[in-house]
Design a protein around this ligand. Sequence first.
Ligand SMILES: [Zn+2]
Length: 203
Amino acid sequence: MRELMERMGHSSTRAAMIYLRSDVRRRVCSEDVIISPGELVRRNAAFAATGAFAGLPFPTSDTLQVLGCVDSRVDPGDVLGLELGEGVVMRNIGGRITPATLRSWALLGRLGQGQPPRSGHLVILHHTDCGITRLTDYPEQLAAFFEIPAGELESKAVADPYAAVRVDTAIARHTLPPSRLVSGLVYDVNTGLIEIVDPATQE
Ligand SMILES: [Zn+2]
């Protein structure tokens, strides 16, 4: 770590950790698709050496919540610049609110029982070129994912991430306590930028 900071000419441990993180997460090439267990161990050793894991508090209901897509190009931690411990991130196909998502959140909510009620912020992060738009050829499986009849799939706006994120923010606001802020974002995989499509109303 000291060597790293000297190389950077910077005394900030946080900056050194960011340097390591970006060093470890170098640009992925097509040859990098298969990552060996040994390589994972080496990367983990580099992570452990940063000390970034030490003393992090257990998440509370105040911790930022993010619902995003499983796509390897759109990791919410990277896209939103989250540090370790800053966000409770849940990912599924498309970053969609499904009954399974709601059941998981309800179970997570049990962890916060006994704490004073707080607001918190949920970010729903969809993205362009999402694989879910290619799954419309499989309406029965897609309908099962949402747990709705196939005839109602149109209501999920699967082909349009900007419309889809509005569908999901509406469900979240209807389902979650009104004190919880809900934002709908779309990430553009071509520009690297997010757009706040449906802002939290209490901002
Ligand atoms: Zn996706």
